[in-house]
Write a new protein. Structure first.
Length: 133
């Protein structure tokens, strides 16, 4: 899958989600069990406020802006963030990572129902490690 210069390996049965269902994400993909969402944020947005962020600082900003408790770690030199969210009474678990291109930061998150997370966790790691901004 390719979007605005970013490429990522995704399951063949993912379909692109658009409209209200995609919310404010740059892209949203899903199958019946898992999803992947990506948000591209122009560096110029931050620079306009005098912020010249590193990738680590962007990751911390993501955590602060989302007001979620995230477990942040590094895997194969890639920042990984794990968190849960409850939507319409269902609890979802996500594995997310941040990336930097020449002119933007990307937040990519993979998720599923919490009860299925351990089953798909390895796939999420593989997908996030395949991202090329």
């Amino acid at each position: 899958f390719t979007c605005e210069g970013l490429t990522v390996e995704v399951p063949k049965n993912y379909r692109q989600i658009s409209g209200e269902e995609a919310q404010a994400y740059t892209f949203a993909l899903a199958n019946s069990k898992t999803s992947m969402m990506g948000l591209r944020e122009e560096k110029a947005l931050f620079e306009a406020y005098g912020l010249n962020l590193t990738l680590d600082e962007y990751a911390m900003l993501v955590q602060t802006a989302n007001e979620k408790e995230m477990n942040i770690s590094t895997y194969n030199d890639q920042i990984m963030m794990n968190f849960t969210s409850t939507v319409d009474g269902e609890t979802y678990e996500y594995l997310a990572s941040v990336y930097e291109s020449e002119d933007a930061f990307w937040l990519i998150q993979c998720g599923c129902l919490s009860s299925n997370y351990e089953k798909y966790r390895g796939d999420f790691f593989s997908q996030l490690l395949s991202v090329k901004p």
